[in-house]
Design a protein around this ligand. Structure first.
Ligand SMILES: NC(=O)c1ccc[n+]([C@@H]2O[C@H](COP(=O)([O-])OP(=O)(O)OC[C@H]3O[C@@H](n4cnc5c(N)ncnc54)[C@H](OP(=O)(O)O)[C@@H]3O)[C@@H](O)[C@H]2O)c1
Length: 240
């Protein structure tokens, strides 16, 4: 039998992070959910509670250093059985290289790379004590940058490097590190993106957040003799 999951999930108020939270709840896990929007977080918490052993909610803007420190302190005090850290909060932008400013690059870097780096570092002693696991929800852009995505893709390439280097260091301590590289997924972010680009949004042609969540849950529940390191997942319909 796989062991119970006690998961901290950033970006849990929406999209892929929300689906991961509900998937872990469905197998009786415990959750600490993080996002800025308290109301949406509470809705996810409410939906999880029928199946989850315990659900905590920590509303925070993780782009602020103090919020990362506050979260780490909160987890140590209230959720010291945490054994799984899922990084799913992130920011995204699309635009030609000539138009994406350095300020935008800084904003992406702060949330997509600096924050997961700092949060992982802060929680590593706890995760080590639990022989836990860390999931970085990356992006297909973390493997191959496309046009109009160099700023976002650069943070995702760097996030892969963090995961790869960390894995090499901490496997020996019984911690697993997984990077997941989804293609376009039907989430509020993608809907907004399509609308901004004036494209028809057909979510049924995209990956579903629940698909990504199920794949991650499967990897988290594998026997401890195995580690899944990298997962690429694409929509089957190549419509975009
Ligand atoms: N959708 C796709 O096609 C796709 C494809 C590949 C990879 N991904 C990756 O999957 C992850 C989730 O994306 P999604 O599509 O599910 O997007 P989404 O529906 O917009 O969700 C993003 C999540 O991040 C949280 N978040 C954003 N800024 C935050 C901040 N400053 N502090 C704390 N939380 C913050 C949001 O919560 P609040 O708004 O409540 O703060 C929300 O829960 C991202 O890392 C993204 O790069 C998405």
């Amino acid at each position: 039998m796989s062991r119970e999951l006690n998961a901290i999930i950033t970006g849990a108020s929406s999209g892929i992070g929300k689906a991961i939270a509900l998937a872990i709840a469905s197998v009786g896990g415990s959750l600490c959910l993080i996002g800025r929007d308290k109301k949406r977080l509470e809705q996810v918490a409410q939906a999880s509670r029928a199946a989850a052993r315990r659900t905590l909610v920590f509303p925070a803007d993780l782009s602020a250093d103090h919020a990362v420190e506050d979260l780490a302190r909160y987890v140590k005090q209230n959720f010291n059985s945490a054994d799984t850290l899922v990084h799913c909060a992130g920011a995204h932008t699309v635009g030609s290289f000539e138009k994406i400013s350095v300020d935008v690059l800084d904003r992406l870097y702060r949330l997509n790379l600096r924050m997961p780096y700092a949060l992982t570092q802060a929680l590593l002693p706890l995760l080590k004590s639990q022989k836990g696991q860390i999931v970085f929800v990356n992006s297909s852009q973390g493997l191959q940058a496309r046009a109009k995505a160099s700023a976002f893709a650069s943070t995702q390439h760097a996030l892969k490097a963090v995961a790869d280097g960390l894995r090499q260091e901490i496997n020996a301590e019984g911690i697993r590190v997984l990077s997941v590289f989804p293609g376009r997924t039907a989430t509020p972010r993608t809907k907004a993106l399509f609308e901004n680009e004036g494209q028809a949004y057909r979510p049924e042609l995209l990956l579903q957040p629940e698909d990504v969540a199920q794949i991650i849950l499967n990897a988290l529940q594998l026997p401890r003799t195995a580690e899944v390191t990298n997962i690429e997942v694409r929509p089957l319909a190549k419509s975009y």
